[in-house]
Design a binder for this molecule. Structure first.
Ligand code: PLP
Length: 393
């Protein structure tokens, strides 16, 4: 008996990236004092009314099979949410309910690409993207960005990596790990390249509600890009509900028709009571959503106050999201070496920048998921270690 090549393609793309996080978690579970700054799980409570709806709905018997594209009320709530955002009408035919962003992205790539095709991904990128592309069988092509450009990907850099096999641009704004938020002008310039080379744009918008000062912009909201954009998101981050696995893909109706076929092959519908809860999440503006964004922004300010001018652990203010990249290149250590020492010597768990592609090399990614005093203390440890390393000890 033999296996299909998919699991071979995926092996080595998952666990290794998270090794430091897993070790930090293990130590914490053993009762050792560890500050966990390694994973993007919002630490504030979700809106109570969304939880109440899930419970009430489950108790009222909404535990049967749901429609493959999604329950009508959930599709309407997502369409209305996107219509409010974009200003242009989004219909329910243009929406697929998914089990979170990850499931939505996977459904998109399985539908759009195959072996031989290339998916272009700005580097640094979210840690699961390599696996997503590998699962589809397509080839992952990193598009370089530079710390000096605040990790903003440019239309020129994308154009330089395009070949006749390029099929999809996988865009993530606000970005995990870099916090880069693309402006409407940048998206339009990138969009021109995608039009010229007839590329799909798969837009991961899971942090759309978490821009700090600059407004959020989406290629899906740009009329000239709408026909080639698949916008993917969820309530995992915005509403602090990652365990609900509740998200969506918005795309032209004929694209959704194809996505539904793939989604039904994988899941055949999601949990109706969770879909009901998503309706409550999206139908009003919950103060918790604004509170989360404000908390991440305030903590980013604290971190940048503490580390901004540190010569060997420099941090720039992110433009959105829930992470900050700290530049430790001048310590002479890789991000991975630095992160291991930080855990071993100071009990602080962070992610090595290398886990997010070669563009993250020499950085560590800090999740803003603890209160300011804890964060200040962790920053002192980061700064101390960086100075020690730079001094050669
Ligand atoms: C950029 C990015 N995309 C997707 C996801 C997964 O989101 P979801 O919980 O909606 O599947 C995450 C989670 O950390 C993320 O950071």
């Amino acid at each position: 008996m033999k296996f299909a090549p998919i699991s071979d393609r995926l092996s080595g793309l998952g666990a290794a990236k998270w090794a430091i996080h897993v070790e930090a978690l293990r130590r914490q579970q053993l009762g050792q004092p560890v500050v966990m700054l390694s994973i993007g799980e919002p630490d504030l409570p979700p809106p109570a009314s969304v939880l109440d709806r899930a419970v009430d709905s489950m108790r009222s018997g909404r535990t049967r099979y749901a429609a493959g594209q999604g329950e009508q009320a959930a599709l309407e709530a997502i369409a209305a949410h996107l219509t409010r955002r974009s200003g242009a009408t989004v219909s329910t035919e243009e929406v697929l309910y998914t089990a979170g962003t990850q499931n939505g992205l996977c459904t998109c790539l399985m539908t759009l690409v195959q072996p031989g095709d290339e998916v272009l991904v700005p580097d640094p990128y979210y840690a699961t993207y390599e696996g997503l592309v590998a699962a589809s069988g397509a080839t992952f092509v990193a598009v370089p960005t530079r710390p000096e450009d605040r990790f903003h990907v440019t239309a020129e850099a994308i154009e330089r990596t395009i070949t006749p096999n390029s099929q999809v641009l996988l865009l993530n704004t606000p970005s995990n790990p870099t916090g880069a938020v693309l402006s409407r002008e940048e998206i339009d310039a990138i969009g021109e390249v995608c039009i010229a080379h007839d590329l799909w744009i798969v837009a991961d918008e899971v942090y759309a509600d978490m821009t700090y000062d600059a407004p959020f912009s989406s290629p899906f909201d740009r009329p000239q890009l709408r026909e080639r954009t698949l916008a993917v998101s969820s309530i995992s981050k915005s509403h602090a509900l990652p365990g609900f696995r509740a998200g969506w893909v918005a795309a032209p109706a004929h694209v959704i028709e194809r996505l539904v076929l793939v989604a039904e092959a994988m899941l055949f519908g999601s949990q109706p009571f969770i879909e009901d809860a998503l309706v409550v999440a999206l139908s009003t503006r919950h103060p918790e959503v604004d509170r989360l964004r404000a908390a991440f922004r305030e903590r980013a300010v604290v971190l940048v106050e503490e580390l901004g001018d540190a010569p060997h652990s420099r941090a720039r203010m992110p433009e959105g999201g829930m992470f900050v990249m700290v530049d430790v290149r001048s310590t002479g250590l890789s991000g991975e070496q630095f992160a291991w020492r930080l855990l071993e010597e100071h009990g602080v768990g962070v992610m090595p920048g290398e886990s997010f592609g070669s563009g993250g090399a020499g950085h560590v990614r800090i999740a803003l998921t603890v209160d300011a005093p804890v964060l200040r203390d962790a920053c002192t440890k980061i700064r101390t270690l960086a100075e020690q390393c730079a001094a050669g000890s």
